[in-house]
Design a protein around this ligand. Structure first.
Ligand SMILES: *Cc1c(COP(=O)(O)O)cnc(C)c1O
Length: 365
């Protein structure tokens, strides 16, 4: 691949300092990052430069008013050393929807994807090859005007950096059904990856952890009756051999994994329903022995089985993870596709060929 973006290469790669057998999530950063700036109504050419600290003014608007959005994607390598991305265009479109909702400029889809590919090409040696590991990609944008006053910024930074990561959650999680705090409301920003959504969720998550749970299962703000999402994952229930997930609205983040899970189940002939699903229906199904599976879906974790669900009055244990055919098979199929091991019949996987000189011990020509 010919790199078109301005490049300032790192003097000495940090790669040899990294212990790939013990990768914490999100604490190790690859050599380079892409930085583009928006000024006078347009994006500059951007530069790929060493990952390093930014210089910011204390008056930078984002620090005060939260005009910030992000994305989360992953890259893997196939057996030949090619870099694989999974449906990256869905992330780019979602990023631009988040941008619109937050009064921020969009990044043209082709520019976003091209720059990302160049960054991955340059830092392809940072992509871990171990089972469950990946290169996590973090694109984000924030308003950078030095200005005190609530209005949209006029200048913005768009940055992409990457982190080699090990598996996100190793174990099935227990979730607390939230009946007071809310993550998203009709008319709000729940359908975007706006930074503030996550800051506001920290306190309820902390309280749930103090009660002995791993995550919060969010419910609707009006009645706390219908399920929305778990932490930063979409949620699926399997009742009587029907896969059910909340339908998309202002309160649900339209996950790439969610979309793929729905399409793959349908492809397998499984009945999928996107509709409002109440806590009562879930607990009733469990009582009648019809709740077969429950799992969260997201890029960071792929598929994570939920082991128990608790409210402030009762707690139910779900079937043992080994007996859950739905989540288990879906996880294998999804991960297999991302690694180029399972047939990609919908053409979801984008491949960047890495020549021998740039890849580590690859055998392709
Ligand atoms: C990112 C995210 C998801 C998962 O989206 P994917 O595209 O599948 O990674 C789900 N819910 C929330 C709140 C998120 O931030």
């Amino acid at each position: 691949m010919e790199l078109k973006t301005n490049l300032k290469k790192i003097a000495k790669s940090k790669l040899s300092d990294v212990d790939f057998d013990n990768l914490p999530f999100g604490r190790v950063f690859s050599d380079h990052m892409l930085v583009m700036t928006y000024e006078n109504g347009q994006w500059d050419e951007g530069i790929i430069q060493p990952y390093e600290a930014l210089s910011i003014t204390p008056a930078m608007m984002t620090l005060h008013y939260g005009q910030a959005i992000f994305e989360g994607m992953k890259a893997n390598k196939d057996a030949d050393g090619n870099v694989l991305m999974f449906r990256p265009e869905l992330n780019v479109r979602r990023f631009n929807k988040s941008a619109e909702r937050m009064c921020m400029p969009t990044v043209p889809e082709d520019v976003f994807l091209e720059k990302l590919q160049e960054l991955l090409y340059l830092d392809s040696d940072w992509i871990p090859r171990d089972e469950g590991a990946a290169l996590y990609i973090r694109p984000f944008m924030f308003g950078s005007d030095p200005y005190i006053g609530v209005k949209p910024s006029k200048t913005f930074h768009f940055i992409i950096f990457t982190c080699p990561v090990g598996p996100y959650y190793a174990n099935p999680v227990s979730v607390y059904v939230e009946d007071h705090y809310v993550r998203a409301v009709d008319g709000g920003t729940g359908f975007t990856k706006a930074a503030g959504n996550y800051g506001g969720a920290l306190y309820p998550a902390k309280l749930a952890q103090e009660k002995g749970y791993d995550q919060v299962l969010w419910t609707d703000a009006n009645e706390h009756k219908y399920v929305q999402e778990i932490g930063t994952m979409n949620v699926f229930f399997v009742i009587d051999d029907v896969v059910i997930t909340p339908d998309l609205n202002d309160c649900i983040l339209p996950g790439t994994t969610r979309q793929s899970v729905i399409e793959l189940f349908k492809d397998q002939g499984v009945k999928v329903e996107e509709r409002p699903l109440s806590i009562d229906e879930i607990f009733e199904a469990h009582k009648n022995g019809k709740l077969q599976d429950c799992f969260g879906s997201g890029t960071a974790a792929a598929i994570i089985p939920i082991k128990s669900l608790g409210t402030n009055t009762e707690k139910i244990e779900l079937p043992p993870v080994e007996e859950r055919t739905y989540s288990k098979q879906m996880k294998e199929r999804l991960i297999g596709m991302k690694l180029g091991k399972v047939e990609d019949k919908f053409n979801w996987v984008r491949k960047i060929a890495i020549p021998q000189a740039a890849g580590e011990n690859t055998s392709d020509s």
